[in-house]
Ligand binder design. Structure first.
Ligand code: GLN
Length: 432
């Protein structure tokens, strides 16, 4: 019997425009369940929103269906995007199509599993600290986290606004790039989106799909020692072999140092939890979502609603985020994290004076076994060491399959300068 990967929370469709032509006409797409779909429930993987049906669709969904793609379902995910394994979903864990006893990565695990299992041609995920790239790496598919401001977040239910972007997942770099061509671009409903015409050196008219030409001849690739140290040696070996192949194709590699990234994961979790604690305050049982059957006053009803509606990981983060923002601790944690974020950003800026892109393992580990890391949040958080720097610096990043180790997929990550997804896509396409 075929394995049910539990990639979808809801299997309802939104038909694509039948008159559209272009690369996405007739494509099927799985949409992460924190991206709003008019008339189809959008749960964020949470009991809190188990019956929530949005009245409008996210801009990215409108753009995909206008381009002829059909939404085939809402993909399973870690609750509110908080996780690295898709095990915090209130709708049960997702199984990795490469090995059903292992996690697919997270938080967009259902999106990557749907593509890897052939249940959708494309998927949308959201990446706050790696949630597109991690599941792409663990499932052996391609995932792109765009530069902050390239893709509209209108209709994305927020986890940590200053860090996250919606990004495509597909089997090949070219297909992911073609989806990016459709979803990218300014949106009057999201004031943080940028028009590439206003961005210096951004080649606004060239397509992302055309950049997937596999040509790395003359490209300089920085290899940051910090993102290899501490990684599983099987992962390192696979990634180093792939990088040697890129050298064979004419790329030049040079060792670089990004000292700040040693602090990235810590800074990321302080900032992400702080923003989450504020964003999730809107789930009060009054306006939408779950409401406890409470006899109490407003405060009591609020507390009971949240006690029932949120899972353990979400509660942990609301508590830690609230603590980090509270008077007396704000300077100690939140401001320090913002200083570290600025340092990460300037480290990358300096590095990109000498190199075109930066390559490393996407994840320092192979996919966990189901249940292996759920009770060990710190271990789970540390697995985000290589992905979180690009979110802190708001840079474009891609994960592309680099081969296998012990029969499990390994992802290679390429990070580039802001709004230079084309060079990132070019480098990644040479890996395939
Ligand atoms: N694993 C990270 C976290 O739990 C990233 C999640 C994400 O990108 N949504 O916060």
């Amino acid at each position: 019997m075929a394995v049910d990967h539990n990639a979808f929370i809801t299997e309802e469709t939104i038909d694509g425009d039948p008159d559209a032509d272009g690369p996405l006409a007739g494509a099927t797409v799985a949409v992460k369940d924190n991206i709003s779909t008019a008339g189809i429930r959008t749960t964020c993987g949470s009991e809190m929103l188990a019956d929530y049906v949005p009245p409008y669709s996210a801009t990215v969904v409108e753009r995909l269906t206008d381009a002829g793609a059909t939404v085939v379902g809402k993909a399973n995910m870690d609750e509110f995007g908080m996780g690295t394994t898709t095990e915090t979903s209130a709708f049960g864990p997702v199984r990795n199509p490469a090995d059903p006893e292992r996690v697919p990565g997270g938080s967009s695990g259902g999106s990557a599993a749907a593509v890897a299992a052939g249940e959708a041609d494309l998927a949308l995920g959201s990446d706050t600290g790696g949630s597109v790239r991690c599941p792409a790496a663990f499932c052996g598919v391609v995932g792109i986290k765009p530069t902050y401001g390239l893709v509209s977040r209108y209709g994305l239910i927020a986890y940590a606004n200053s860090l996250e972007q919606i990004g495509p997942i597909a089997s090949t770099v070219e297909e992911a790039a073609a989806a990016l061509d459709v979803i990218a671009g300014p949106d009057p409903n999201d004031g943080t989106t940028r028009d590439l015409a206003d961005v210096e050196g951004a080649a606004p008219d060239a397509s992302y799909a055309a950049a997937a030409d596999g040509d790395v001849d003359g490209l300089t690739i920085g290899i940051p020692t910090e993102l290899f140290e501490g990684a599983d040696e099987r992962v390192v070996e696979t990634v180093e072999t792939t990088i040697a192949e890129l050298e064979g194709q004419g790329a030049e590699t040079t060792e670089i140092s990004l000292p700040s990234v040693e602090h990235a994961v810590q800074a990321y979790y302080v900032i992400a939890m702080a923003e989450a604690s504020s964003n999730l305050a809107r789930f009060d049982g009054v306006r939408y979502g779950h409401r406890a059957d409470s006899d109490g006053n407003w405060n009591e009803s609020f507390a009971e609603t949240r006690e029932e509606g949120f899972g353990a990981e979400v509660k942990r983060r609301i508590l830690l985020g609230t603590y980090a923002l509270s008077a007396g601790y704000h300077n100690k944690y939140y401001e320090k994290a913002q200083d570290a974020r600025a340092w990460v950003r300037s480290d990358f800026e300096e590095a990109f004076e000498d190199v075109d892109v930066i390559a490393s393992p996407t994840m320092p580990v192979l996919p966990f076994e189901l249940g292996e890391s759920l009770d060990d949040p710190l271990r789970m958080y540390l697995a985000d060491a290589n992905t979180t720097p690009a979110n802190l610096a708001n840079l474009p990043a891609i994960s592309v399959p680099a081969g296998q180790a012990d029969g499990l997929p390994v992802g290679l990550q390429v990070v580039g300068p802001a709004f230079d997804e084309k060079t990132v896509i070019r480098a990644a396409s040479a890996v395939e």
